[in-house]
Design a protein around this ligand. Structure first.
Ligand code: C5P
Length: 221
């Protein structure tokens, strides 16, 4: 891997949705396919990194050369990421982590009453994995994602500052979720940098090059 942009780097990527159980047969989740995170894991491996992918449930095969750890819930993803984070150089948080989990999960399947009765779900906020990793002393260099449906620039930059991360990738949910393409805008200390519409693997390779530019000293490998 000598000479590759991320040679010798340990990179941790999260991808996919998380699933939060309502009962043994039902869950709350979101429209993340995992494609962007898997493409980034592949692109990072191509760039010479040792890549670990912590993935929520997806229909995708692990990219060649990438070690995948499968999880379902945000709390499982949190536990694996916090255990692996200290030995990483770079953390790329692509997963669409469910913001809430059900706090009154039922151990048996909930039965309908047949009387048009509703079902109340109590929701509790999940841990913010990215913000926790970003707050580690000597932790990895962190990249976040934000899928917004409106006000992309305002919300994405606010997110970057709130989570205290050097680089955040913003995109419009309607343009990226369930799609094979992505139109990314990079947010960093210098401002915002729009990228063209690209297939997700091309977008991933471009992002990995941008990350390498920001993290690897010239001539270091
Ligand atoms: O504002 P929001 O939490 O949606 O920011 C999205 C970014 O934060 C993504 O990079 C996502 O992977 C990460 N995130 C996380 N843990 C959460 C929620 C979001 O790591 N509980």
């Amino acid at each position: 891997f000598q000479g590759k942009a991320l040679a010798g780097k340990n990179i941790l990527v999260t991808a996919g949705p998380t699933q939060e159980d309502i009962d043994p047969v039902r869950f709350i989740s979101n429209r993340s396919s995992g494609k962007m995170g898997y493409a980034i894991a592949r692109a990072a491996w191509e760039a010479g990194a040792r890549v670990t992918l912590v993935s929520g449930p997806t229909a995708l095969d692990a990219p060649y050369g990438v070690e995948r750890i499968n999880v379902k819930t945000a709390r499982q993803m949190h536990a694996h990421v916090m255990q692996l984070a200290p030995e990483q150089d770079i953390f790329i948080s692509v997963a669409a982590v469910a913001d809430w989990r059900v706090s009154n999960t039922q151990t048996q399947k909930v039965k309908k009453t047949g009387t048009q009765g509703g079902l109340d779900l109590a929701l509790t906020e999940n841990p913010d994995i990215l913000a926790e990793v970003a707050a580690l002393a000597n932790g990895p260099w962190c990249v976040g994602f934000a899928a917004e449906t409106e006000n992309l620039h305002e919300y994405a930059e606010a997110k970057r500052q709130r989570k205290k991360i050097p680089l955040l990738v913003g995109n419009l949910a309607q343009e990226t979720m369930e799609s094979d393409q992505s139109r990314m805008v990079l947010f960093d200390d210098q401002g915002s940098h729009p990228l063209p519409v690209l297939d997700k693997l091309d977008a991933a390779r471009r992002l990995v090059a941008e990350i390498a530019n920001r993290t690897v000293r010239p001539g270091a490998s």
